[in-house]
Write a protein that binds this ligand. Structure first.
Ligand code: AVJ
Length: 324
């Protein structure tokens, strides 16, 4: 057995509650056009399907980001310097996180922040066991709102906010700005942001990435309806819906929809929701940026892009942004 300097990660919980989910879902289904937040994709089955997506030949994002991180982690570690606190927005169990934890110089702490408590605790425990000399301080919170950071035992020299995966793409431009401002706040003085941002490219490649030939993304999208049936007392007949992914050049985003194949009524949490034939629920927007577009957005939130790493085809970017 390895000796652990920091045995059990201690959880901080802040205001995260699942009680309002049904209210939010019904609001989304009663709107016109209908829309649901992509955060509802990630129940157990949804998380497993997403894992499969990340290994699909068409889904270049995860693989490319991982390559960029591996190729540049030396330079990244150099920029971050010693004894930083790494604050990851979203659950941190991925290979990208491990690359950083392996290479950063004497991390003061690793602070994963996620709204999904169970996933967070499991990921934090796994990483704490793998990296016994790093203090892991998970925070269960909705990271779109400012939250209090736990106090590591070792005084951090700077806070590095890490937001991989181009999850930033899920947010509307207004929400992106708000979120970058929360990150700016959490980075504190002398802090920085390390973020994965997917880049604009030809429509065909983008649409293929969200509509793979094995049908995994379709199943990931449709699983949302299965989840509503399981957890929110809904009566969706999944065969009456179809997956659709399209890239809209303006405003520059891939949209995923569930298309109702016929006129139908569905009950959700005791309420009846009507669908016209061809009507859709928009389940996700995945915004794509040019380097200039993202730089301008970061600038408005008080960050200056210091370094950008991309792959040779410029499919994806990892950006290091200094708090100014
Ligand atoms: C996890 C939000 C980055 O938008 O590409 C993958 C989710 N949706 N396939 C993305 C997703 C469909 C993914 N993000």
């Amino acid at each position: 057995m390895t000796e652990q300097a920091f045995p059990t990660p201690e959880l901080t919980e802040q205001g995260a509650s699942a009680a309002d989910d049904l209210v939010e879902i019904l609001q989304g289904l009663n709107r016109s056009p209908k829309a649901l937040s992509p955060k509802f994709f990630y129940d157990d089955r949804g998380s497993r399907l997403f894992e499969r997506i990340t290994r699909l030949p068409e889904y270049y994002l995860t693989r490319t980001e991982l390559d960029i991180m591996s190729a540049n982690v030396g330079e990244i570690a150099e920029l971050i310097g010693p004894q930083a606190s790494l604050i990851e927005f979203g659950s941190g169990s991925s290979l990208k996180t491990r690359i950083l934890l392996e290479h950063l110089d004497r991390l003061a702490a690793y602070v994963p922040v996620d709204i999904s408590r169970d996933h967070l605790v499991a990921a934090a425990e796994a990483l704490a066991a793998e990296f016994p000399h790093i203090e892991v301080l998970p925070v269960a919170a909705d990271f779109t709102q400012p939250f209090d950071l736990p106090q590591p035992k070792i005084m951090p020299l700077r806070n590095i906010v890490y937001f991989p995966g181009s999850t930033i793409g899920n947010f509307s431009p207004d929400a992106t700005l708000d979120l970058l401002r929360v990150m700016h706040h959490e980075a504190k003085e002398d802090g920085a942001l390390l973020i994965g941002v997917d880049l604009k490219k030809d429509t065909a490649s983008l649409e293929r990435a969200y509509n793979d030939s094995a049908g995994v993304t379709a199943e990931f999208n449709l699983n949302l309806l299965r989840r509503l049936n399981r957890e929110f007392d809904a009566t969706f007949d999944v065969d009456n819906f179809e997956h659709r992914a399209i890239y809209r050049e303006t405003p520059g985003r891939v949209e995923m929809h569930l298309v109702s194949l016929r006129a139908q009524d569905v009950s959700v949490g005791g309420e009846t929701i009507h669908f016209d034939a061809g009507e859709t629920i928009r389940t996700e927007c995945s915004h794509k940026y040019t380097l200039d577009e993202f730089g301008a957005m970061a600038g408005r939130a008080g960050f200056a892009v210091h370094s950008v790493w991309t792959d040779p085809e410029e499919l994806f970017s990892v950006q290091y942004c200094l708090r100014v």
